[in-house]
Write a protein that binds this ligand. Structure first.
Ligand code: PGA
Length: 252
């Protein structure tokens, strides 16, 4: 099985002004070195407004947008297009984060259009999926997540999948301090891998990176990352401060 490089991605959500984002970049030199030594790919997803600053200042890390429009241009007030991101050298974007699904009504079909638009431009999509507490309690997580994966990644080719990362984030664990146990995360992520295998074959299933997200902290990242199917983390709150971000890298 090919080795999958571990990935630690910070999702800053609606936090950090440009000045704050800039200060973060000034204090991650050590963290970048540590990540390099340890063979871990690291990155952050700032607000659209901070992308240019972070991209310029934080050389050598992934800088991703938190969302993107599926359309090239046009009458889509408030949205940001792929060419606008590309002009800044941004080549990664999150798609379908649960907060976008919840507050902006993004369906699996909308996510699919965004993922397809990104990969067709040679960009990397971090496609987020995950179930609500209610679905989890009913024991319907796998079916729910499978539908998110099958619809969200519909019509992609094996080649397109080289530019896709999946993030499994149970909604009940996001920002709640209620982290999924490593066993729960591994079970669902292992299941996602079997769905990917049935859609795209064994090669893609073995190669694709699948992250866990939801209340990942410096104190719990290690035990989660010990699980063989989990290739890294998408981290909200604990990625905001440079110290905590460094600790995540150190403990991963
Ligand atoms: P959290 O957020 O780490 O603050 O729980 C994770 C996410 O929403 O990506």
């Amino acid at each position: 099985m090919p080795a999958r490089k571990k990935l630690l991605l910070g999702n800053w959500k609606m936090n950090h002004t440009i000045a704050e984002a800039s200060a973060f970049c000034d204090s991650i030199k050590d963290t970048k070195e540590l990540a390099k030594e340890r063979g871990i790919q690291i990155g952050v997803c700032p607000s659209f407004l901070s992308l240019q600053t972070v991209k310029r200042k934080a050389k050598g890390i992934v800088v991703g947008a938190q969302d993107v429009s599926a359309f090239e241009s046009g009458a889509y007030t408030g949205q940001v297009s792929i060419p606008m991101l590309q002009e800044l050298g941004i080549t990664w974007a999150l798609v379908g984060h649960s907060e976008r699904r919840e507050y902006n009504g993004e369906s699996n079909e909308v996510c699919n259009a965004k993922v397809k638009a990104l990969v067709s431009h040679g960009m990397t999509a971090v496609y987020c999926c995950g179930e609500s507490e209610e679905i989890y309690e009913k024991g319907e997580t796998n079916a729910w997540v499978e539908n998110q994966i099958r619809t969200g990644l519909k019509d992609l080719t094996k080649d397109d999948m080289k530019n896709v990362v999946i993030a499994y984030e149970p909604i009940w664990a996001i920002g709640t301090g209620k982290v999924a146990t490593p066993e729960i995360a591994e079970n669902v992520i292992g299941y996602i891998r079997t769905v990917i295998k049935s859609m795209f074959g064994k090669g893609v299933a073995n190669r694709i990176r699948i992250l866990y997200g939801g209340s990942v902290k410096p104190g719990n990242i290690h035990e989660i990352m010990l699980k063989p199917d989990i290739d890294g983390a998408l981290v909200g709150g604990a990625s905001l401060k440079a110290d905590s971000f460094r600790e995540l890298v150190a403990n991963l």
